[in-house]
Design a protein around this ligand. Structure first.
Ligand code: SF4
Length: 694
């Protein structure tokens, strides 16, 4: 239900789904949400919303919510309902036992975009200060970790350069590996309005996404490349810009380091990266690539928007650097209408990275090996901290399988469904002795858990989320937590039980600590967000009202740094046994693993994952619309129903991963980005055959 009658009061809060971070008014009667109304004063959404946000209250009050702590000795045992005191004492006792037996590095924590900034900060603090190691990671490992690495290496800050409204000054929109109308619907609509008003559009995507051709928008160029060839394409575009004299030489001379630029220029100028030479690799006609490069470089203010179609590759970080190189080479940085804009997938994936939940970084992307930074945290937290990075999520799995990692505290992330190569993940989970899942529902990961702690939805707690444009917005409590505690309070209870003191009485005190320890957050507090509506970091003495556009007079790192972006083909190859490439993505009405949206009215629009396949490939295999098809990869196999679609190119198939039984990640492999281990979800060689209904 979305409308139940007259409200008595309303509370402004932030959508807990995608990286647009829409502001809503929760209209309330007592503790009951009558309806969610998009906030006309919302600075990210200006009164708009999509079908996900409007229906979000459905999952918060769903009968599947688990509201009592539960424990079990073995995962084959039934759950036993226990008190909070018993549950917390049990976790602390188990974690201490594991550390005493296997060493202090045998446990860790995983946090998620579904946590607020304050909750994420506390989880990494618990791990570093309470567990005594750096084994903390976040769901960004499997989505935008290459963004952090690539943008920091080139421009000095691990975040997008612009605000959403910057697009109102854009004349050329380049979308690569993103599907904004499905994954970021409110910003996708803003982009379409700008395109209808005359901005030109280049789409680089293996699929014909909606933006390519709708009743009111048509892309000037759709570079329908083969999956896995982003870096080849970016180097081809750069080749045209360099060899046809389309560089912004003045910008590069003033703003960028000369030697790295010269090396990059020499690299991409090589004949091997000409669109003609790359045509057999990317599959895109050379003349179209040349025209698109000319438009991007000379069409006026040009902005690049990208998503997981860039990052989730073996060369994800290289592609992010290639995008930053293009923007710097053409002077499209540092003012409204231009820039490099990662469309962060989940509501708080930017925040989960900002808050130091990586094994190698404290808040604001500062390395744990930096003595001055580490000492500042040691002084504030009253402990000695380790200078060596801890385990990333894939390293935790490896360590679990070799017997050295035995316990994990997972807040808000369903790794058994969302991470690739499910068989590998479940083998690792099965090898552990104490898995603690803190969530709303008994998700796929909870099947392997020994302790379940009932978490709180975004309606049940105070805090902040940070959206894709670095905008920190308030999440406000409108009802009491169904399990009794907000997530940050549970983390605090666990810290106390582990022997590390935490005494916060409100989430605002956690933000005050974050601000004190984090230069880009020095000026942020709950009171100031209440006053301004929201704040885009950096917000500090230099930028007291926040920063919509970064890198204005100089890059955050000083001079822009061109990174070398040699194209290296992925090792995941098609063969006679696996002749098609599977790529994965999302659909408008569902969100991530679907644990929330499947429990709302959104299932009306989409109630199963399907395999999109081109008519030629379907005909060759005798597959008709709606037939069951078996999909086999080198990692595993699953069965889905077929959807015949001309959006696909021949040789490429596509599916989503919103439903646990569909097994999309049973097929995906362990291949990952060379720099960050972000999985190569976008390229899996498969065979598809018609099968009988399973
Ligand atoms: Fe806005 Fe995204 Fe929520 Fe839709 S899912 S209402 S676009 S934040």
């Amino acid at each position: 239900l979305i409308d139940k009658g007259q409200a008595e009061h309303s509370v402004v809060t932030t959508c807990a789904y995608c990286g647009v971070g829409c502001s809503f008014r929760a209209e309330m009667k007592g503790q009951e949400v009558m309806r969610m109304v998009p906030n006309k004063d919302g600075q990210a959404n200006h009164g708009h919303s999509c079908v996900k946000g409007r229906f979000a209250i459905g999952y918060a009050t769903h009968p599947d919510r688990i509201t009592t702590p539960m424990i079990r000795a073995r995962i084959s045992d039934p759950w036993r309902v226990v008190t909070w005191e018993e549950a917390i004492a049990h976790v602390a006792s188990e974690f201490k036992r594991i550390q005493a037996r296997y060493g202090k590095h045998a446990i860790g924590g995983i946090t998620s975009s579904r946590c607020t900034n304050e909750e994420t900060y506390l989880v990494q603090k618990l791990v570093r200060a309470g567990f005594g190691n750096n084994n903390v990671d976040t769901c960004a490992r499997v989505c935008h970790s290459p963004t952090g690495y690539g943008l920091k290496s080139t421009m000095g800050e691990s975040a997008g350069t612009q605000d959403f409204d910057s697009i109102e000054s854009t004349e050329v929109v380049l979308v690569i590996g993103a599907n904004p109308t499905d994954a970021h619907p409110v910003f996708g609509s803003q982009m379409k309005r700008r395109l209808r008003a005359g901005a030109r559009l280049i789409v680089i995507d293996p699929r014909r996404i909606d933006l390519v051709r709708t009743p009111h928008v048509q892309a000037d160029y759709h570079l329908k490349l083969r999956p896995g060839t982003n870096v080849a394409m970016l180097n081809s575009l750069a080749h045209v810009i360099v060899t046809e004299g389309l560089l912004d030489e003045d910008f590069v001379a003033r703003r960028c380091e000369p030697e790295p630029f010269a090396r990059w220029r020499a690299l991409v100028a090589q004949d091997k990266y000409s669109p003609e030479a790359m045509e057999s690799v990317t599959g895109v006609p050379a003349e179209m690539v040349r025209d698109a490069a000319r438009l991007y470089a000379t069409g006026g203010n040009a902005a690049i928007y990208y998503g997981l179609g860039v990052t989730e590759h073996a060369q994800g970080s290289t592609a992010v650097m290639g995008i930053a190189n293009l923007a710097m080479a053409t002077g499209n940085i540092g003012r409204k209408g231009v820039g490099v804009n990662p469309l962060r997938g989940q509501n708080n994936v930017q925040g989960s990275c900002d808050m130091g939940s990586f094994p190698h970084e404290f808040t604001a992307y500062r390395h744990v090996g930096d003595d001055a930074v580490r000492h500042s945290f040691e002084q504030a937290w009253g402990v000695t901290l380790l200078a060596e990075p801890g385990l990333r999520i894939p390293n935790m799995f490896e360590a679990a399988l070799d017997g050295s990692f035995k316990g994990v505290y997972i807040e808000g992330e369903d790794i058994a469904q969302s991470d690739p190569d499910t068989q590998h993940v479940t083998a690792a989970l099965t090898a552990m002795e104490c898995i603690v899942v803190q969530d709303l529902f008994l998700n796929e990961t909870a099947k392997f858990a020994h302790v379940f702690l009932p978490g709180s939805s975004f309606l049940e707690k105070d805090g902040t989320f940070t959206n894709a444009e670095r905008r920190v917005s308030r999440v406000r409590k409108v009802m009491d937590p169904k399990g009794g505690y907000a997530d940050w309070e549970i983390t605090q209870l666990l810290a106390q039980a582990m022997g590390y003191p935490m005494h916060y009485t409100h989430a605002s005190e956690i933000m005050d600590e974050i601000a004190a320890l984090t230069p880009t957050f020095h000026g942020i507090s709950f009171d100031k967000i209440d006053e301004l509506g929201s704040i885009q970091w950096p917000c500090n003495e230099e930028h007291p009202l926040g920063t919509p556009v970064m890198h204005v007079d100089e890059f955050v790192r000083g001079k822009g740094h061109f990174m070398l972006t040699e194209y290296v083909p992925t090792s995941e190859k098609v063969s006679t046994e696996y002749p098609l490439i599977l790529t994965t993505g999302r659909i408008l009405s569902q969100y991530n693993v679907g644990a929330q949206t499947r429990r709302t009215a959104n299932v009306m629009w989409h109630d199963e994952d399907r395999l999109e396949i081109h008519p030629h490939d379907a005909e060759e295999r005798g597959i008709a619309e709606g037939d069951w098809v078996g999909i086999v990869s080198r990692a595993g196999d699953t069965v889905l129903r077929a959807m015949i679609s001309e959006r696909m190119q021949p040789g490429v198939v596509y599916t989503t991963f919103h439903f646990p039984g569909s097994g999309a990640n049973v097929i995906t492999t362990e291949n990952s980005d060379w720099a960050t281990n972000c999985p190569e979800y976008k390229v899996t060689a498969v065979q598809v055959t018609r099968v009988n209904q399973p």
